[in-house]
Write a protein that binds this ligand. Sequence first.
Ligand SMILES: [Zn+2]
Length: 319
Amino acid sequence: MMRCPCCGARDFRRSERCPAEAAPGFRECGHCGILVDPHALASGEIETFLRTRLVAGTFVSRRRDPIIVESYALRTLALSRRLALSPLGAAQRHALCHPYQPLPANAALSPLAMIDPVPVTLVILCRPVDLKCLTPQLPELERRFDDIVLMLDATMTPQTPPRGDRVRLVARPLAGNFAAQRNAGQVAAKCDWVLQLDADESLGAGTHADLGRVAALADSAGAVSVGLPRRNLVDCVLADLYPDVQYRLNHRTVQFEGTVHERPAPPRGWRDSFIAPNLAIDHHLTAAHVEARSARYEQLSPGKGRMFERDALLTPYRP
Ligand SMILES: [Zn+2]
């Protein structure tokens, strides 16, 4: 199956929206909600459409286009080209907050770089053994984030904690509950928006500059949770498990749930969230770690070791 030209997922499906809003032959991306003509994807027509139509200025979704979008899906499609959407009129604004209305998108698109970023707290879940590797990274992270919280899986802070004007260390036993640990990070954050990472994750190239801008864009439409594609690098090779979207950029009021595969739980579920394909988390793994992690998850939460996930991690990325 082909990957989505917007979010990279291999998740095209038949849906009621296709014949109603586009044509029976179209497919809906189950990840980002765009409606795509598979033939146009194969022929390269989609590339031309994105290059010529997804540009700064007014965008109107037309019935004959190879991609059909309403306001909600257009926000993500625009972000994939580093453009910010501003819905034109009350009906379009309503559609942005209430996906998926059968209302073709009509919006002003502008360069994302023109948006003033809002401050973001960085929370890193880590263990005492990770501090040796994290500490040298802190000066660089302090230049990029107004507030950094290291959520340390421990009962007490180390004798020589990492230092920094913007760095705080919170010792709290993880006790197998990832959601509770992330929620403690949400509470500790000083900024309204919080990016949550693990010790073996870093931000993809160019992502930092856009983080606060995407948060500001979310604020403008009342969205509280943003999904970032995660690039799993297994022994430095990009894995086929992509985009592996992680909803890690959240308003501080959002709480996570789920002991192991934790997810944020905003008031209206996924409707309060969107994917930002212009952002990326790099996840640094070894094949040995993938095997061990899968076994450990199975132990924590039987049946949830996600063997398909392990297989996709051990397969190199296929375009
Ligand atoms: Zn998609």
